[in-house]
Ligand binder design. Structure first.
Ligand code: PRX
Length: 645
């Protein structure tokens, strides 16, 4: 056996839901008889009116539409709550672990149901109706899950904005989807530090006339301004509301949520997911990828501000009647053993995190891990960016005591759920590979002209057919949806990722092939950072690229040309970093700013990013042809003045 292949451990093989023979059989059917396969698996959730139509999909650029189970009706919150009450009402649905280790709470399905019903009624009393958009800007507290499910219960469409985003970013997102309500808290708490969420929200709302009501959760008790007639306290409105709130009957294609994500151009786009197909896919992938069984304690460390939190903290696990842990804090507070302490405290059996967290904890050595037991663990997961084999091996050996398989799950905000992944009982693992497609997923590698490549090869990753969790449109801009995903390679969904396929048919994601970078698992459009920089009065021009970063995966490297007469000082460099933080949020802070008297441009004025990427990577030997540049000497200048990244 190849030393770099990790076979399915015997203990897992004995109990896993899916073994290799079963995977191959189910996968084969899922692609040969997609309609039959999904007709059957669509039944895993409860429908009010059963569907008779399974799939209605076209990738034709003139008529892109994606509908699944579309004549069925259901309610997502009823699937996550009501249907479990008879069998598991007293089981813990959510284990909440606070930022401070002395704070935690177990919420049963019965209790969660009651909280959701109350808040759903409170939202209705505030005037929220089916189809209205509701923005959620909350820390990782149970009210975030309650708010999501309450929206789903009444057919309102939630749009969660990560608590690390600035007032400007929040405002842009609220405006784009014309939210009528904003749900926030006085402050957030992360690593012992307070985040002024309500103050940020107040600033954002200065430019958001659509928002008529703001609900504020009291988290820290910090002083906040409340605007008469607009702002209400969460605890007041739920106290006044009834716990009886029948779930609305909604079409399968009724929108469930909008989630903004970065693209290679322009502003972030509102990825729209709908109800039936999304829930089928999120719950099915959660069950099979994590081999979830009753009794497991499952922990995904993501934030509900990202798609991973939507599908794998809230919707997938709760639809499956799972116990899901929700963590308010950060991996290194109060100590770098925090993750492992929480695993021991709550006896977590399945742990799902991001490579950037693994790399930063790996830097702290093995002792902070080894001082904890972690005996309860049986499965580990990774998501958000490629995991380098070194981090994979450390995660496997040190965290998992060489006992736990790692599922390296590749997917995107757009895909709603995991598309390429090992199944723990079926797949031999190779560190760094997301391995094989999930049921119903047909990955294709194509060259720049769109020709399909066969065998062991490398190319651009497309998906040939639809799957139920696929996004349906860009909110308010279907044309952008078509342009972004369905016009580059006709007939396929284009992911924006590069990928290699090896001789065993395993997939290895190599990273984005467009102008999107992945910083600590957070997706960032270089164009967004550039437009924030050029909004500064002293900046004439900016070009932003990613470069390899030991902890973050990719760092943000900005080339900045100042307006004539401005001096490139250290103080200005700091000011620009702070400026981007304020404009977008801390996750967009440039790691390196290089002063660039000129940028490499073609004679037609197009910036040659390929060259900027190479310089940022410190790879001067491979600059390629620079003869088409309007002024080739700018390249030498950039190389000579490259700061130590
Ligand atoms: O480049 C891929 C990378 O993250 C991108 C999607 O980012 P986002 O929409 O924010 O969703 C992140 C959580 C699903 C992809 O286009 N990516 C995600 N997971 C992996 C990955 N790259 C390599 N391996 C992964 N497991």
């Amino acid at each position: 056996m190849d030393a770099n292949v990790f076979p399915v451990p015997e203990a897992i093989a004995k109990t896993a839901l899916i073994d290799n023979a079963k995977y191959l059989e189910m996968y084969d059917r899922s692609v040969k008889d997609s309609v039959g396969f999904w007709a059957e698996h669509g039944q895993r959730i409860d429908w009010i009116k059963p569907y008779t139509e399974v799939k209605d999909v076209s990738y034709d650029p003139h008529d892109v539409h994606i509908r699944w189970f579309h004549d069925g009706t259901l309610n997502v919150s009823a699937n996550c709550l009501d249907r479990h009450l008879a069998t598991r009402g007293d089981q813990t649905a959510i284990i909440w672990e606070g930022d401070d280790p002395s704070e935690s709470e177990n919420i049963t399905y019965r209790d969660l149901h009651a909280r959701v019903c109350r808040f759903a009624n409170a939202m209705k009393a505030q005037g929220v109706k089916k189809g209205d958009r509701v923005c959620i800007y909350l820390p990782m507290i149970p009210e975030a899950a309650v708010a999501m499910l309450a929206c789903a219960r009444i057919g309102a469409v939630h749009s969660i904005v990560f608590g690390g985003f600035s007032p400007d970013s929040l405002s842009n997102r609220i405006q784009d989807s014309e939210c009528v309500m904003l749900i926030t808290s006085d402050e957030g708490l992360r690593g012992g530090r307070k985040v002024p969420l309500k103050a940020n929200a107040d600033k954002a709302l200065e430019t958001c006339p659509s928002v008529t009501s703001v609900v504020v959760v009291k988290r820290t008790g910090g002083a906040v301004a409340m605007t008469e007639g607009r702002d209400v306290w969460y605890h007041d409105v739920v106290a006044a509301a009834s716990a009886d709130c029948p779930a609305e009957e909604l079409d399968a294609e009724h929108p469930l949520f909008i989630l903004y994500t970065s693209g290679s151009t322009g502003k972030p786009k509102g990825v729209l997911h709908t109800s039936g197909g999304y829930l089928v896919y999120a719950s099915m992938t959660h069950q099979y990828v994590f081999d979830y069984k009753d009794g497991d304690i499952y922990w995904c460390t993501a934030d509900v501000g990202w798609v991973t939190g939507h599908s794998y903290i809230v919707y997938g696990p709760l639809a499956n009647g799972a116990t899901t842990l929700m963590f308010e804090g950060v991996p290194n507070y109060p100590s770098v053993s925090r993750f492992w302490d929480v695993i021991d405290k709550h006896q977590v059996s399945i742990f799902y995190t991001a490579p950037t967290a693994i790399r930063s904890l790996m830097r702290e050595g093995e002792e902070p891990v080894q001082r904890t037991s972690r005996k309860s663990l049986r499965l580990l997961g990774s998501v958000g960016e490629p995991i380098n084999p070194e981090a994979w091996l450390w995660y496997h050996r040190v965290v998992g005591d060489s006992r736990c398989p790692i599922v390296d799950t590749w997917w995107q905000t757009e895909t709603g759920g995991i598309l390429i992944t090992p199944l723990p009982g079926a797949t031999a693992l190779k560190p760094g590979s997301a391995t094989r497609p999930f049921f119903g997923v047909v990955p294709l590698l194509v060259d720049a002209e769109g020709n399909e490549l066969s065998g062991a090869t490398e190319g651009n990753l497309c998906i040939a057919d639809s799957w139920p969790g696929q996004m349906r449109t860009v909110y308010g801009d279907h044309e952008r949806f078509v342009q972004t995903y369905f016009t580059t390679y006709k007939g396929y969904y284009f992911t924006g990722d590069g990928c290699r396929r090896d001789e065993d048919g395993y997939y290895w994601i190599t990273g984005r092939v467009d102008d999107v970078i992945n910083v600590s698992g957070h997706r960032m459009g270089t164009a967004e950072v550039e437009s924030a920089l050029v909004a500064h009065p002293k900046v004439a021009e900016a070009a932003v690229v990613g470069y390899p970063h030991d902890i973050k995966g990719q760092g943000i490297y900005a080339y900045v040309t100042l307006v004539a007469g401005e001096e490139p000082t250290e103080a200005l460099r700091k000011e620009l970093v702070g400026w981007v933080r304020t404009e977008i949020g801390p996750i967009a802070s440039p790691d390196v700013i290089q002063w660039a008297p000129g940028l490499p441009k073609t004679r037609s004025g197009k910036i040659m990013r390929r060259i900027l990427r190479k310089i940022a990577e410190n790879d001067f030997g491979a600059l390629g042809d620079t003869s088409t540049l309007a002024d080739p000497t700018v390249v030498d200048d950039l190389i000579d003045n490259r700061p130590d990244a």
